[in-house]
Design a protein around this ligand. Structure first.
Ligand SMILES: *[C@@H]1O[C@H](CO)[C@@H](O)[C@H](O)[C@H]1NC(C)=O
Ligand SMILES: *[C@@H]1O[C@H](CO)[C@@H](O)[C@H](O)[C@H]1NC(C)=O
Ligand SMILES: *[C@@H]1O[C@H](CO)[C@@H](O)[C@H](O)[C@H]1NC(C)=O
Ligand SMILES: *[C@@H]1O[C@H](CO)[C@@H](O)[C@H](O)[C@H]1NC(C)=O
Length: 388
C-alpha cells in the first residue's frame, strides 16, 4: 500500500515536471554591432560589422528563437523578416525625456523602427531605455511616462501584441543577493520607479527585464567559489538561504531569486522575469581579470543553457526566468575591452555548445518519465518486499 502511494506520488511529481516543459525558458542572444569610433595607433578601427543578412542567417543557423537588438538598427530589423526569430528592440536612454514629454515622438520612433517591418519581422517587445540609472540617472523621472507613451503610441497604431518595458542592471537596482529572500529594490527608485513600473507591467502583461552577470558578482565577492558561479556541480558547492530554507547550487539562481524576491516584496507575484543580458568574457579588459578565459566562458554558457533547459526553474519560481539572452553574438576585439562573443569576429564558432533547444516539447523528460517512474515503483516494491 505504501509503495503504491509512493509510486503515485512519484508519478504526479514527474507529470508536474512534464507539464512545466511547455514553458521552458527561451534562450536568445544579443547583437550589438560595433559603432566605429575614431581610430588611433593603439586602437585601430575594427573591421565593419557583417552585413545584416549574414547576421540573421547566422542566428537562424544557431537556432536562437529570439534576439535582442540594443541598437535596433532598422536594416537589421528588416533582415529578420519571415524568419520566425522574435525580436526585442531597445530605445536609447537619450530619447527617454523626449518620449516622456511628447507621445508623437514615440509614434515617430515606431514609424521608423516598427511599422515598416512588423509583423513580417516578429517584434515582440520594446525596451524603453537600458540601465538608465547607470548612464543617465537624471533621466529616470522620465522613464515611466516614456514607457507609457510608447505603449499608447503602439495602441494608436492598432498594435497590441508588442509589449513595452525597460531594462535594468542587477547591481543598480537590487540591495543584496545574500540571501536572495531578503533582496529589495534600492530606494528611492524602489518607491518612485519600480512600484509604478511593476503595476504597468502587470496591467499590460509585460515582463521585467534585467541584465544579470554572475561574473561581476563573483568578481566583487572573493568568498564566492568559482565553480558556484560556473554552474559546476561539486559536493558542498551550494549556499543555503536560512530564511527560506532553500538551497542554491549556482549563483545565477541566487541572483534571479533576489530579483523575484524584490518584485514580490514590492507586491507583485507573477510578472515574468527576462534576463536581458548574461555571459562570461573569454578575455578581460586588463590583466587583473584572471577568470576571463575561453574555458570558463564555455563552462558558464554550457551550464547556463543546460540549466535553463532542465525545466527546473529557480528555487523560488518553478518556471524560472521566461527568457535569457546571451551577451553577445560576435566578438568586438577592440583592445582594452572584454571579449564576450560566442562567435569570433570572422563569424566562426568559439565554443562547442548547442544553443538550440535539443529537448523540444520535453521529449527528454518524457523519456525520463517512461523509464524512471516504473523504475522507482519497482525499487520501492523491492524495498517493501525485502522489509516484509
Ligand atoms: C515560421 O513558423 C511557421 C508556423 O509555425 C511555419 O509554418 C514556417 O515554416 C516558419 N518559417 C520559417 C522560415 O521557419
Ligand atoms: C510634439 O512633437 C510634435 C512633432 O514633433 C510637435 O509638432 C509638437 O508641437 C510637440 N508637442 C509638444 C507639446 O511639445
Ligand atoms: C493579459 O493576459 C490575460 C491572460 O492571458 C488576458 O486575459 C488579458 O486580457 C491580458 N491583458 C492585456 C492588457 O493584454
Ligand atoms: C577566425 O578567427 C579565429 C580567431 O581570430 C581564428 O582562430 C580562426 O582560424 C579564424 N577562422 C577563419 C576561417 O578565418
Amino acid at each position: 500500500m505504501a509503495s503504491l502511494l509512493f509510486f503515485t506520488f512519484s508519478l504526479v511529481f514527474l507529470l508536474s515536471i512534464l507539464h512545466g516543459t511547455s514553458s521552458l525558458p527561451i534562450v536568445g542572444v544579443t547583437y550589438t554591432p560595433t559603432i566605429s569610433t575614431v581610430a588611433t595607433a593603439a586602437n585601430p578601427l575594427p573591421p565593419p560589422p557583417p552585413p545584416p543578412d549574414r547576421v540573421s542567417s547566422t542566428i537562424n543557423s544557431l537556432k536562437f528563437p529570439s534576439v535582442r537588438l540594443p541598437n535596433s538598427d532598422p536594416s537589421i530589423i528588416r533582415a529578420f523578416a519571415y524568419t520566425n526569430t522574435s525580436l526585442l528592440l531597445s530605445i536609447p536612454n537619450t530619447f527617454v525625456p523626449a518620449l516622456a514629454a511628447n507621445r508623437s515622438l514615440a509614434l515617430r520612433w515606431l514609424y521608423r523602427h516598427v511599422l515598416p517591418f512588423y509583423p513580417r519581422s516578429k517584434i515582440s517587445l520594446i525596451s524603453v531605455g537600458n540601465d538608465i540609472f547607470d548612464t543617465t540617472p537624471d533621466f529616470s523621472p522620465f522613464l515611466i511616462p516614456a514607457v507609457r507613451n510608447v505603449h499608447l503610441a503602439l495602441h494608436d497604431l492598432g498594435i497590441r501584441k508588442i509589449s513595452v518595458s525597460t531594462t535594468f542592471s542587477f547591481f543598480n537596482i537590487i540591495t543584496t543577493a545574500f540571501p536572495p529572500s531578503s533582496a529589495q529594490f534600492q530606494e528611492p527608485a524602489g518607491s518612485l520607479i519600480m512600484k509604478p513600473l511593476l503595476q504597468f507591467l502587470e496591467d499590460t502583461n509585460s515582463s521585467f527585464l534585467v541584465n544579470l552577470y554572475p561574473y561581476n558578482m563573483y568578481r566583487l565577492n572573493s568568498e564566492i567559489p568559482l565553480g558556484f558561479a560556473l554552474f559546476q556541480d561539486y559536493p558542498f558547492n551550494f549556499r543555503d538561504d536560512l530564511v527560506t530554507g532553500v538551497r542554491y547550487k549556482n549563483l545565477f539562481d541566487m541572483m534571479v531569486d533576489a530579483v523575484i524576491s524584490a518584485i514580490a516584496v514590492a507586491g507583485h507575484e507573477n510578472i515574468p522575469v527576462v534576463v536581458a543580458e548574461t555571459g562570461w568574457p573569454s578575455s578581460g579588459a586588463d590583466a587583473s581579470e584572471v577568470d576571463a578565459t575561453p574555458a570558463f566562458a564555455e563552462m558558464y554558457l554550457k551550464g547556463l543553457v543546460a540549466h535553463l533547459r532542465s525545466g527546473f526553474g529557480s528555487p523560488l519560481r518553478k518556471e524560472g526566468v521566461a527568457e535569457a539572452y546571451i551577451y553577445e553574438l560576435v566578438d568586438k576585439e577592440v583592445k582594452g575591452t572584454r571579449s564576450w562573443g560566442i562567435l569570433h569576429q570572422n563569424m566562426t564558432m568559439k565554443y562547442n555548445i548547442q544553443f538550440s533547444n535539443g529537448c523540444k516539447n520535453g521529449v527528454g523528460l518524457r523519456i525520463l518519465s517512461i523509464i524512471v517512474v516504473p523504475l522507482i515503483g519497482f525499487l520501492v516494491n523491492l524495498f517493501f518486499v525485502a522489509n516484509g
